[in-house]
Design a protein around this ligand. Structure first.
Ligand SMILES: [Zn+2]
Length: 282
């Protein structure tokens, strides 16, 4: 069974090198990466971390820049890195649906090899996931077999850089219900959304929603992943490290220790392999 990290982040080297310049024009970027101590990784570093952790493939997301130009530079870098890394990097693209021309940029990214979009932060970028842009993005995901990875903002709990600005559990549920064919990943254990899977109508609305474990150790106790697997079904939980925020090796160790063997294998790679092999390219 391949081992897959379903939630890692990459930057273009020139974007990492121009951190201060980008932070001056992008408030969310400044909040999350303005501090020079906040790690920004490039593709060779991600691959080295994967090698160290025994990870076969990583789904690489970018950052939800406000500027379409920054999104495009990042998309180019991640798609190129994925091409160079062979099957080891699964590229996601970033678009800003609040900006003019975003839909053609999104289609171009898919044409170039992106397998989906993320990590989506509609609140940070200033668009409504339940407005026209959100519905258009979900339609595109269905039409192209793309996967949407959402930063889900917990409505409660401690603050952390970048906590706000994602999609709310409520909005994600409504969007999923409106677009049953759209395959989506709710990051960070879905921000509490999984609890409502006990309601039959919510379970039905979320039939095509997966939940990743990104940054779980900063947010929840490790037993929460086993409880999520119990609630959602083990086939709907994806190991994600949130690299470079956290070490994939340590996250993987902790996750494996918290789950029975067969469930751990599915969560740590089997499920993501199925999800992304069902994605199709035109
Ligand atoms: Zn996130």
């Amino acid at each position: 069974m391949p081992v897959v990290d379903a939630h890692a982040h990459l930057f273009a080297p020139e974007q990492r090198d121009r951190r201060a310049v980008i932070a001056a024009r992008d408030a969310t970027f400044a909040e999350m990466y303005g501090d020079p101590a906040a790690r920004m990784a490039t593709a060779p570093e991600l691959v080295a971390a994967m090698d160290e952790a025994g990870i076969d493939r990583a789904v690489a997301a970018g950052f939800a820049f406000a500027s379409p130009g920054d999104c495009e530079s990042q998309n180019r870098a991640i798609i190129e890195a994925a091409a160079e890394a062979g099957e080891r990097i699964v590229p996601l693209a970033t678009v800003n649906p609040a900006a003019a021309g975003w839909l053609s940029a999104a289609e171009e990214a898919l044409d170039a090899g992106a397998r989906g979009f993320g990590e989506l932060r509609p609140g940070s970028q200033g668009w409504d996931p339940l407005g026209p842009e959100g519905h258009t993005l979900a339609d595109l995901a269905v039409a192209r077999g793309a996967v949407l990875l959402w930063h889900v903002s917990e409505p409660v709990g401690h603050r952390y850089p970048g906590k706000a600005g994602g999609i709310s559990p409520t909005a994600l549920c409504a969007l999923a219900e409106a677009h049953p064919g759209a395959r989506m990943i709710a990051a960070h254990l879905g921000g509490g959304l999984s609890f409502y899977l006990e309601m039959p109508e919510v379970r039905s609305a979320l039939a095509n929603v997966w939940f990743d474990t990104a940054a779980v150790t900063l947010l929840y106790d490790m037993g929460s992943v086993a409880r999520l697997a119990d609630l959602a079904g083990p086939e709907r939980v994806l190991f994600g490290s949130d690299y470079p925020l956290l070490s994939p090796r340590r996250q993987l160790q902790r996750l494996r220790a918290s789950l029975p063997g067969a469930i751990a294998q599915a969560v740590c790679g089997g499920n993501a392999t199925t999800l992304f092999s069902e994605s199709h390219q035109p």
